[in-house]
Every structure is written in structure tokens, then in C-alpha cells.
Design a protein around this ligand. Structure first.
Ligand SMILES: [Zn+2]
Ligand SMILES: [Zn+2]
Length: 396
């Protein structure tokens, strides 16, 4: 389960934050104060919701998150009509995430080489055919890629890999490894590793830190997973960044404090929400309490991006999606059929535009990006978006 964002509860172990802290730059005082914690919480409920497509360029998702510095920049690889795939770049980080493995031809080799985590909803061909391209560009490179998917994903990846002949692997100096995490239930995960040097024979793998729900916890983000109903299982995902702690140089200057390693200790104390009377050593040898120093920093919640596709419109699915996508900054949701074609949507276990908009509204997301439109609506993108928008705003 993803924790409530109105509090700042998701505190990882200290080590998890080292890289994040290293990435946290000082703000120049001239840039003005970012929103503090209370303002960020407040803005979540302001009526600034929007549906993608109201913007000029629908495929480059603008980062419109007022009150925070967005670090995740997602884009639909094949637009709203093509194979599902959302590529997510992270500011200041070399790695990228990918939701679904539809056709990846539009991604450059450079983009593909940045991918470290792939989240696969299910293995219908339009969501999985891109695996081969991902594989191809990585052979001969030293790389670790983690793939998370539904029941059967280990076998599916294993079979893809075994379809090729790996008799020349000894010629490579580098190794390429896929760790595949299979979501068996809310309480059970399995993991297998496939390495080039081992000719992709399955090997035992360790799971990353995770908890029931399930949620998988990496240093840079947490992945919430919902097990949803399509024809078989389809997984819904939500990537949640940790909080950001920013130390303000002008506030340090105003108090005559110089920056230094002691700020790491201060940040850690804030991340961990330690009590106000905790002592912090200052650079001049003095000590101050955390409570005393707290106003040197501002805290912003991290971004949350949810991704749900290929799901039947059932009560159980809706409830599970509300939970996972709740208050997401961006919500990618399939809207395969128009409102008028509800019967087809039901028969094919997909959502209509109206259902997608209603779900987004109930989940209180800030912005919805509908996709996976059926090709039958080619040329009618505006109408499809209008239908989602109307339901999202509660106009119907
Ligand atoms: Zn599909
Ligand atoms: Zn499907």
C-alpha cells in the first residue's frame, strides 16, 4: 500500500537516502522559496486538475506540478494510439524507468541504454513485444535490468531469451543481467536472474526490499503494485519518489552557519522525522537542537506517477486502482473505447473513456493521461480526450 501523502511517512533506511542527499543541491536565495510542506499538502486539493491533450503537444508530458520541482519526466513512447509504453526519465539521474514493453522503436539507443527498471502489466503482445529491442541494444554491455511483472513473467522472459542461440557469449567481456520479479500475490514475490555469461539459464536471485501490498522499495523510489483483472491478471503500478529536503543557503547565511558535512546529519534527521530535541553538531563545535534548525530546510513531497492499463471495469478493479493511484501527480490510464462502445469495452475487459475519467476523479489524481485508444478512433483523439475530461471533472 502506498502511504498517505498528506503526512510524510515514507522514510527509508538512512542508507537509502545517501544518493538522494548527494543530489540535493542548495537553492540560490534569488530563486525564491519553494513551497513548504503545508503549502504542498494544500495544493494537492486545489482544483488544478487537467487532462492531457488540452496541451498543444500531447506526447511530451509537461511537468505542471505547481509547488514542487518535478524530477520525473514521463512520455508516452507511441502516443495515445500505439503500443503501450511510458518512458520515465529522472532529472539528475542517468537511469530511466519504463512502464510496459510495447513497440520501443521510437526510443533511441541512448534512451534504451538508460533503462534500469521495467514494469510490465501483462504479456499480451502489444505490451511485451519491445523486449527484444531492449535485449538487442544491451547485449555486449555491462548492465543490470530489473523487470517486474505478473504471474508467468519469469517464464515469459526466460522463453524470450531461450529463443536465441548464445554460443558466442564467451567472447563478451561484459555481462548483462535481467532480474525478473514475479508478483504472485499481494504477499508473495519470486525472483530469478538471467545472465548473458550463463547463457541466460535461470539463477536464484534476491528480492529487493519490499512489503505486503505489494510495494517494492528501491533507494530512489517505491513501486506500488495492484493486481488487477483483465482477461487474466494485469498489474497496475505507481512510482512514488521519496520526500525532498532542501537546505536554504540564504537561511544558513542569515544565521552565520557555514555549509558542510553536518548538513547531511541534519537532512537525515529531517528525513527520519526525528524529535525536535535531537542534538545536531554545528561546524563551529557548538550544538543545536533539530527543532532549532528545522527552519533552515523545506520539505517537498516527491512525485507520484501511476500507470494502469488493460483492466476490466469491475468494482474490485476500481477499488484497487483508487488505492494505488490515489493523489498521483500523473495518472496514465487506458481508455480503449469511447463511451458509446461500452459493450465492446466490457466484452474485451477494457475501460471506456468515461470509466477512465471516473476512476481518475475518484482517485483524486492531479492530471490524467489517457492512452491505449483503439485504432477505430483514429482521427478522433480530441473527442476521446473530451470524454475522459468530462468524467474527470464530474460533468457527466
Ligand atoms: Zn493492450
Ligand atoms: Zn491486454
Amino acid at each position: 500500500m502506498i502511504p498517505d501523502q498528506n503526512v510524510i511517512p515514507w522514510i527509508g533506511h538512512e542508507n537509502d537516502w545517501e544518493e538522494l542527499q548527494a543530489n540535493t543541491a542548495f537553492f540560490a536565495s534569488s530563486r525564491g522559496a519553494p513551497s513548504d510542506r503545508s503549502r504542498v499538502v494544500k495544493t494537492q486539493h486545489e482544483p488544478n486538475r487537467s487532462v492531457g491533450g488540452l496541451f498543444k503537444e500531447p506526447l511530451e508530458i509537461p511537468s505542471v506540478l505547481e509547488g514542487m520541482r518535478p524530477t520525473l519526466h514521463p512520455r508516452l513512447v507511441n502516443g495515445r494510439f500505439g503500443d503501450p509504453a511510458v518512458f520515465v526519465e529522472a532529472l539528475h539521474r542517468r537511469n530511466a524507468l519504463l512502464f510496459d514493453l510495447g513497440d520501443l522503436a521510437p526510443l533511441s539507443t541512448r534512451d534504451l541504454l538508460r533503462i534500469t527498471h521495467v514494469f510490465v502489466s501483462h504479456t499480451h503482445m502489444d505490451h511485451f513485444i519491445g523486449f527484444d529491442r531492449l535485449l538487442r541494444v544491451h547485449v555486449g554491455r555491462e548492465k543490470e535490468i530489473t523487470i517486474v511483472g505478473p504471474v508467468g513473467i519469469i517464464g515469459a522472459v526466460g522463453h524470450k531469451l531461450q529463443a536465441y542461440t548464445w554460443d558466442l557469449v564467451d567472447r563478451y567481456a561484459t555481462d548483462l543481467a535481467f532480474t525478473v520479479i514475479e508478483v504472485l500475490s499481494a504477499e508473495k514475490l519470486d525472483a530469478v536472474r538471467f545472465r548473458l555469461k550463463a547463457r541466460f539459464a535461470p539463477e536464484a536471485a534476491e528480492l529487493p526490499r519490499w512489503k505486503k501490498g505489494p510495494s517494492i522499495i528501491w533507494p530512489d523510489f517505491q513501486l506500488g503494485i495492484a493486481i488487477l483483472e483483465h482477461h487474466g491478471v494485469s498489474l497496475g503500478f505507481a512510482v512514488q519518489e521519496p520526500i525532498h529536503v532542501n537546505i536554504w543557503r540564504n537561511r544558513l547565511d542569515a544565521r552565520g552557519l557555514s555549509p558542510g558535512p553536518w548538513l547531511q546529519r541534519l537532512k537525515r534527521a529531517i528525513y527520519a522525522d526525528e524529535p525536535g530535541d535531537v542534538p545536531i553538531d554545528l561546524p563551529d563545535g557548538q550544538t543545536a537542537t533539530l527543532g532549532d534548525l528545522r527552519d533552515l530546510a523545506t520539505v517537498e513531497r516527491g512525485q507520484k506517477i501511476a500507470y494502469v492499463t488493460d483492466v476490466a471495469d469491475t468494482h474490485g478493479n476500481r477499488t484497487a486502482i483508487y488505492t494505488i493511484a490515489r493523489e498521483a501527480d500523473l495518472f496514465f490510464v487506458e481508455a480503449s473505447f469511447s463511451a458509446a462502445d461500452k459493450a465492446q469495452a466490457t466484452a474485451r475487459a477494457h475501460l471506456t473513456t468515461i470509466a477512465a475519467g471516473e476512476i481518475a476523479r475518484a482517485a483524486a489524481v492531479r492530471r490524467v493521461e489517457p492512452f491505449h485508444f483503439s485504432p477505430r478512433y483514429a482521427g478522433e483523439e480530441a473527442r476521446m480526450l473530451d470524454e475522459v475530461d468530462a468524467a474527470f471533472r464530474g460533468d457527466r
